[in-house]
Design a protein around this ligand. Structure first.
Ligand code: FES
Length: 133
């Protein structure tokens, strides 16, 4: 078990929460876990894990319980006419279920102001087990 410079092995173990096994965590899955009294959403997107506190920056809604899908972009002609919209698969967005604020799922950034971010957590894998630290 790794021990940081700031704590004993027990303290480090207490700071990590088992989310589940990676093999049971399919692409697109999410799980909510309790970490030090806070609810944290853990997502598997494009083979990577992301974890954020389940508290929206707007009014504290359960952001990690919202839907996520690719960013929606407008299709605009050279002369400024909008032809429609399409998904941009390069940027998954998490949408808060209360009022629709959108966050970049890979960074936690609020899409309306990239200087604001959801509180993120480190996700560690050890063998087939996934932990939030
Ligand atoms: S609380 Fe999340 S959008 Fe309002």
């Amino acid at each position: 078990m790794p021990v940081s410079e700031n704590g004993t092995a027990q303290e480090v173990a207490a700071a990590r929460v088992l989310v589940g096994s990676a093999s049971d965590f399919r692409e697109g899955d999410r799980k909510l876990v309790q970490v030090a009294g806070r609810t944290v959403g853990v997502f598997r997107v494009e083979g990577r894990f992301y974890a954020y506190e389940n508290t929206c920056l707007h009014q504290g809604g359960p952001v990690c319980e919202g839907r996520y899908f690719p960013k929606m972009t407008a299709v605009v002609t050279g002369d400024g006419r909008v032809l429609g919209e399409k998904y941009d698969e390069s940027e998954p967005h998490l949408v808060c279920p209360w009022h629709g604020w959108e966050f970049d799922l890979r960074t936690g950034e609020f899409c309306g102001d990239r200087s604001k971010k959801l509180r993120s957590y480190t996700v560690e894998t050890e063998g087939d087990e996934v932990y939030v630290a």
